[in-house]
Ligand binder design. Structure first.
Ligand SMILES: Cc1cc2nc3c(=O)[nH]c(=O)nc-3n(C[C@H](O)[C@H](O)[C@H](O)COP(=O)(O)OP(=O)(O)OC[C@H]3O[C@@H](n4cnc5c(N)ncnc54)[C@H](O)[C@@H]3O)c2cc1C
Length: 369
């Protein structure tokens, strides 16, 4: 039986980012990923690397997001060097459009309140319509747009390139990545774990479960309650157009290859199919924001499921010796953090444990980006 320092269950962006960091630090690592047919948030997302507006009620998450977005440039360099591929990451700041005075005031109040409770240095500003237009570039704002909020930390990446580059980098650095290797059982032994798939058994000192929505069953089989649920989001993608949008916005961006991405909805629905009504809702707001999009053909629409906890913030927990769970939304944004040496940082487990839900209403806050 092959023996590793670390076995990561789940080869989505969370598992891959953790594996990349650990192989870089010299650990022997194997990543076991599930079936092609599994729901994979890492292939369905919007690609924002985003700090703006996040962390209401949880300064530790706000700090984590800021730390991760600030680490993204170095992280990009390391992944690109190791893989020889490009991530198409840009960090020029990002916008949240406001389509009425009420939206503008509400946005300002939200960011101000966040600022007051966190005590962090200001990284955002409210922009009037003219300033928003100037920073946005060569595409005209709709007449309803009164302005936007802007945060310099925000940016975007090509999420598919990120998955591919990390996969290549992990293997080049000596890690093992096994697809179609769905983990069936986990068994604790003295000082190690035995992990079984349909075809093999592996031994590892530490196991990190980063299996997205699949983590819930793995936890339940071990008698552990992992409070995660699915939050469906749909996205539209347009035909390619000449570059016009200089900054990404929450819900609307132009990729480096020219497509406009419009998204994403929030729906409780577990159905994996995309729908006309959600597409229409997304398209309506996009056209109100940038009327030139009205006649741009849509070439793709898809739905994916975010992994969300009751307050939408991450859970990092170590319920048994050598067993760690990592479950989060915003796994693209947090990829730089996940590649850092956090598995050995007790503060992370204290701040993001499930204890915070005990005795509280499992009420959801809004997920942004
Ligand atoms: C519509 C939408 C828009 C989003 N936009 C953004 C955004 O702009 N910015 C951002 O930061 N985040 C965004 N996200 C969130 C982001 O995509 C997720 O946080 C991230 O992809 C989660 O990655 P993951 O690795 O935890 O899960 P997944 O990508 O779901 O991967 C989990 C993996 O675990 C595997 N697995 C499951 N069970 C087992 C098992 N028993 N054995 C082995 N493997 C197993 C599965 O096969 C899968 O490959 C968005 C998500 C959605 C759906």
């Amino acid at each position: 039986m092959k023996n590793y320092d670390l076995c990561i269950i789940g080869g989505g962006i969370v598992g891959l980012a953790i594996a990349f960091g650990e192989v870089q630090r010299g650990k022997s690592v194997v990543v076991l990923d599930g079936e092609r047919s599994d729901r994979k948030a890492s292939f369905a997302n919007f690609g924002l690397v985003w700090a703006q507006g996040k962390g209401r009620g949880m300064p530790a998450y706000q700090a984590l997001t800021q730390r991760s977005t600030d680490a993204w440039l170095d992280f990009t360099g390391l992944v690109e060097d190791a893989s020889g591929m490009t991530l198409q990451y840009e960090r020029n700041g990002g916008l949240v459009f406001c389509l009425s005075e009420e939206e503008f005031d509400a946005r300002q109040r939200h960011l101000t309140a966040l600022q007051l409770t966190s005590g962090f240095a200001t990284d955002w500003e409210m922009l009037g319509r003219n300033e928003t237009q100037m920073r946005l570039g060569d595409i005209s704002l709709g007449r309803e747009v009164v302005g936007a909020s802007y945060c310099y930390r925000d940016g975007a990446v090509n999420p598919l390139h990120l998955v591919r580059s990390l996969s290549v980098a992990i293997e080049k650095l000596g890690g093992k990545l096994k697809r179609e290797a769905f983990v069936q059982t986990l068994q604790q032994q003295t000082g190690s774990w035995i992990i079984k798939t349909a075809t093999e058994s592996i031994q590892a000192e530490t196991v990190v479960v980063a299996a997205g929505l699949g983590s819930k069953k793995i936890a339940a089989d071990l008698g552990v309650d992992l409070p995660i649920a699915a939050d469906k989001g749909q996205i539209l993608v347009s035909e390619r157009r000449p570059q016009a949008m200089q900054l990404p916005a929450s819900g609307l961006r132009q990729t480096q290859t020219g497509s406009f991405m419009i998204g994403a909805t929030h729906e409780g629905d577990l159905d994996r199919r995309s729908t006309i009504s959600s597409g229409a809702k997304l398209a309506r707001r996009a056209v109100r924001t940038l009327p030139e999009l009205e006649h741009v053909p849509i070439v793709r629409q898809w739905a994916g499921h975010r992994i969300v906890t009751p307050d939408t913030y991450p859970v990092y927990m170590q319920p048994l010796e050598g067993l760690i769970f990592a479950a989060c939304h915003s796994g693209i944004t947090l990829a730089a953090f996940h590649s850092s040496n956090w598995l050995e940082d007790p503060k992370v487990f204290e701040s993001f444990s499930v204890e915070r839900f005990v005795g509280k209403d499992k009420e959801k806050t809004a997920v942004t980006a």
